[in-house]
Every structure is written in C-alpha cells, then in structure tokens.
Design a binder for this molecule. Structure first.
Ligand code: PLP
Length: 159
C-alpha cells in the first residue's frame, strides 16, 4: 500500500499468520498506514492461528481482533464459534456490532460458550506443550509487539 494513493476503504482485514501459507503480517506497519490515511479505515486482525497465547493485536493498536474459537481456543473440536474482540475505547463500534449480533441472531448457545471457555482455560498449557513438541520455546508476544517476525521454519516471511 502506498500512503500517497487515495484510500477509500473503510476497513483493512489482516490475517496473521495467513492460512494456509503462515505468512506473518507486520501489524504495526499496517496500523500506521491506516491511521495516516484520510478515510481512517478500521484495522481488523484475524489472530486465529497465532492465538492470544502468542499475540495480542489490540496491544499493537488494531481496532478489532477476530478469532475462530473453533480452533486453538476451544481446542477440543467440539465447538464451531467465533469472537470479535474490541478495545474499551471503541464503545460506539462495540454497541453497533452488539446490536447487529442481537438483531441478526448470531448468538452462541450457553453450552457452546461453556465448552469454549473450558478450552480457553487450558490454552497456556496447550501452547507450552506445542513449544515442547517443536523444541522452540520463548517466541511469545515481544517480537510481534516490535513489529518483527517469528523466526523458524513455520513462519516463512513478513509483509
Ligand atoms: C484464519 C482463519 N480464521 C477463521 C476461520 C474460520 O474458522 P471456523 O469457521 O472454523 O470457526 C478459518 C478457517 O479455516 C481460518 O483459517
């Protein structure tokens, strides 16, 4: 994206890492480009494959973080669910999305919610187990906050 080009988009959607190529996106760079543009597009980050264990895009100033809870967060393959997470300062946007969710009826069931919460409670253990399995600990948040990339064979390139 060239910051001098007119940008009419209202929203930039990032998936990091991308599925299926596991390309890691430089979120702070995208956020900086979005903030500099006159149309002030929202930056939405699909953090599904990093999981909150490894990355917190809200700390990198993203506007909305999306997760497929179906995958790591639930972790038991018995729920199909997603979540949109907003920072506190986005009150109006939160209320708009909550209204749409309520009126459209995209409300998760109580039992599914309990299952997803159960999975979320063991997410740190699953992360630690995965690190032991690949023999490569200590790749959590810090390099991402700095806008870097994760070293290693799984994460081949940055944008
Ligand atoms: C990055 C990413 N986000 C979200 C989804 C949606 O997941 P689901 O509909 O299974 O919860 C997928 C599905 O593969 C995905 O790869």
């Amino acid at each position: 994206m060239d910051p001098s080009e007119p940008l009419l988009s209202q929203l930039i959607w990032i998936e990091s890492p991308t599925n299926p190529t596991l390309r890691l996106i430089d979120i702070p760079r995208i956020v900086a480009i979005a903030r500099a543009h006159p149309s002030h597009p929202l930056v939405v980050v699909d953090n599904t494959f990093m999981s909150p264990f490894y990355s917190s895009p809200l700390l990198q100033d993203a506007d909305i973080v999306i997760h497929s809870l179906t995958k790591y967060i639930n972790g038991h393959t018995d729920v199909v669910m997603g979540a949109a997470i907003l920072p506190k300062h986005h009150t109006a946007l939160y209320e708009r999305l909550a209204f749409l969710q309520y009126t459209i009826g995209a409300i998760p069931g109580a039992y599914d919610s309990w299952l997803a919460q159960r999975g979320a409670k063991t997410l740190p253990d699953e992360g630690a187990r995965a690190e032991r399995a690949v023999g490569r600990p200590g790749t959590r948040e810090e390099p991402l906050r700095q806008g870097g990339h994760l070293p290693g064979p799984s994460f081949a390139s940055t944008m």
